[in-house]
Every structure is written in C-alpha cells, then in structure tokens.
Design a protein around this ligand. Sequence first.
Ligand SMILES: *Cc1c(COP(=O)(O)O)cnc(C)c1O
Length: 431
Amino acid sequence: MVAMAISEELFERACRVIPGGVNSPVRAFRRLERAPFFVKKAEGCYLTDEDDRQYIDYVGTWGPAILGHAPKPVLEAVQAAIPNGLGYGIPTRVEVTMAETVCRWVPSIEKVRMTNSGTEATMSAIRLARGYTGRKYVVKFAGCYHGHVDSLLVAAGSGALTHGEPDSAGVPAEFASLTLSLPYNNREALEEAFARYRGQIAAVIVEPYPGNAGFYLPRPGYLEFLREITAREGALLIFDEVMTGFRISPAGVQGKLGITPDLTTLGKIIGGGLPVGAFGGRREIMDCVSPLGPVYQAGTLSGNPVAMAAGLAQLRALEEGDAYGRLEYLGARLEEGVRAALRDVALPLTFKRSGSMFCLFFTQEDVVDLDSAMTGDFGMFRRYFLSMLEQGVYVAPSPYETGFISTAHSEADIDATVAAMRVALRAAARG
Ligand SMILES: *Cc1c(COP(=O)(O)O)cnc(C)c1O
C-alpha cells in the first residue's frame, strides 16, 4: 500500500477540529475506508501530496482548473491585482469587464450578477425565478446537484410526482415540498408535473449535461423539449452551467446546442481557482434583482477584484489558444484508449464523454438518469480507484463524479493514464 504517513497524520489532526476532517464531504474518501491525501502544491495537471507523491489529476479542483493548476496567466493577473488591495465593497472596473465578458461569451445572458459560489448563484436564481413569476414550485431532476441550497437538496421520490423528501437533515419537509424532483431524460414526468401544478411552477432548473451523478447526456431533443414546455407554461428555464459553463464550449452546453435558457448559473471555471459564481439571463428578468427590483440579493465579497482578475485571466487564456479544440482532441484520445482497454480486459463497462468531461460507470447498463447511474458496482469502483491512486493517477474518489481533462494534460499524460487504467481495470475485475 502507498506510504502516506504525513497525510494520515494531518487527517488525524483534522478530524479533531473539522467535521470529518474536511471542508467539503466528498474530499473525505469515507466510503473508500482510507484517509485522503493532503496536497502540498499543484502545477499543470500534477498534484504533489504532503508525502511527496505525484499524481496526474483528473479532478481539476472539481472543475475550475481547465488550464491545469497554477496557470501562469492567472497567477500573473492575481499578482498584478494584489498590490491595489484585496477588496473594497465599492464598484470596480474589473467587475464591468467581467460582466461584459460573460455577456459576450454567453449570449443568453444580457445582465449578470456575481456571487462567491455556485451555491449562491443557484439559490439566487431560484429566488429570482419565484419573484419574477410569482409562483412557488421549482422542478429539479434527480441526480442533478445545484449546490447545498435548502430547497434544492432533494433526491428522487419513488413516484415521479411525489413531493420531494429532503436529502439532508435540517431541511424542513415544508421547504422540500416546494421542490418537485423528477427523473432526467423523461418527458412524460415533466408533462404530468405541469398538468398537475398548472400555473404554479416558477422554474425548471437543470444541469444540461448532468455531471454530479457521474456524467451522462440528454437524449436527442430532450433539452429542446425543456425549452418548449417551460416557454409554453410560463415557467423559467434555468440552465445550471456551474460545471459545464466555459467547459463544454465557450458558452457551455447552451452554446453547443443552440438553446436559450431564461437564466443561467455559473461558477467553477469563472473564478480561475478563486471563489466565484454568477447568475444571469434575460434583461427583463435580471432587472427584478435589487436595487432595481424587489428580489433581494447581495454579497459583501461579491465581485471581489482579485477573484475577478483571476477569472478574467482564465477566460482570456481560454479565448486565445485553441483550448476547446485541444480539450476535444485529448478527450477523444482518452476515450479511444479507455474503449480499447475495456475490450482487451473484456469488461463491457459504460463510458460517457463530451469534450473534456468523462465518466467510467461500473455497470453495463446505459446511463441516462440517476437510477441507471446507481447500478454501478461500488466494490469494483473501489478496487479501480485504489489501483489508479497507487499508480499515481487521481480520479474522483467517488463513482458519482465527473472526470475533467485540462489543457495542461499532454498526450503522454493521457497515454500513461490509459496504461494505468488497464492495470486498474484488471484489479477491479479480479474482485
Ligand atoms: C459545483 C456545482 C454547484 C455548486 O457550486 P459551489 O461553488 O460548490 O457552491 C452547483 N451546480 C452545479 C451543477 C455544480 O456542479
């Protein structure tokens, strides 16, 4: 087994003073029954842990690190911003540039407001949708994660139209009862919900390419259907592109498919590694936000100048190079390698990819929603994950996460990853 003396010691200390030893639960490796590694530094696609082990990283800070870690243009922008002060709570030029950049990149966004996290962005977008429409119900899809907002922490009910049960203690059932959780990729379920709650549904919020229960894709026409039915029923369509924004294309999934949502939430990449989120959309809707309108939304650190500088530098770097071509090329190379490895090891597992996002499911079923994503074999995943880690490749420590490739990965990194996968898949299959 891998020597991890220092990480283990740090984890012991952490567990005494931080719940579970971590500041976000998935970092804890709990179901893997081992301590997480602690990172000392990161550069490009490599992480170095406290025990001086190096890993090729496919978690990428859970999405933001699209240029890899510590990219030069972002570090330089942050260094240039710092001497002017770390934040003032007064408008700054860089916020205007950021808003103009977001509106230019994502045409459905005519006005945008910055937040400090994706969670704040979705929470605010939901409040805005309710304020704008004067309706109270929100539809979400099982397996889609929209941050830890009380009313969005709702999993699948067994019947498509049963009121949601809260996923978390501390969320009163009354809150959750205003959230209708439906299966993704299922048109009938949504049609029934609109029939049953006619005139009461404020918004449908969706991860257009769901990336928080593994990674899977909409059936052809499904997202277009969401656009049509919400428009017809007077509900807002919210694309939660916190993960896919600036990742699947410069304008996210909506840019790739040519669909115009009413509101969009952003996060992750937009902060260049610092804490930033954003929500935006049609001017007429955004003008309901305080101080123009009655929907209150605020943030002491929102639009922080250092964070804005980091995010803008990351977006500019993406714009300058052929980043999206490169990410697709690397993604295709990985996919080809994975499919060949699966054939050679005679493991017909399900692999999903779009551009630089991917997921290997430890099931033979096609994955189109939460239920099919949950058919994976956890024991197999665990053996695969531990073998990858031992070989110096860090994939997410959960089978329900997306893998991310960055522009800092080289062909050699991808090929080394595929070679490690062949070993790990054999280990997984042995049982
Ligand atoms: C990560 C994520 C969020 C939450 O963002 P935080 O910055 O972690 O609060 C919301 N929606 C989606 C789709 C995400 O992937």
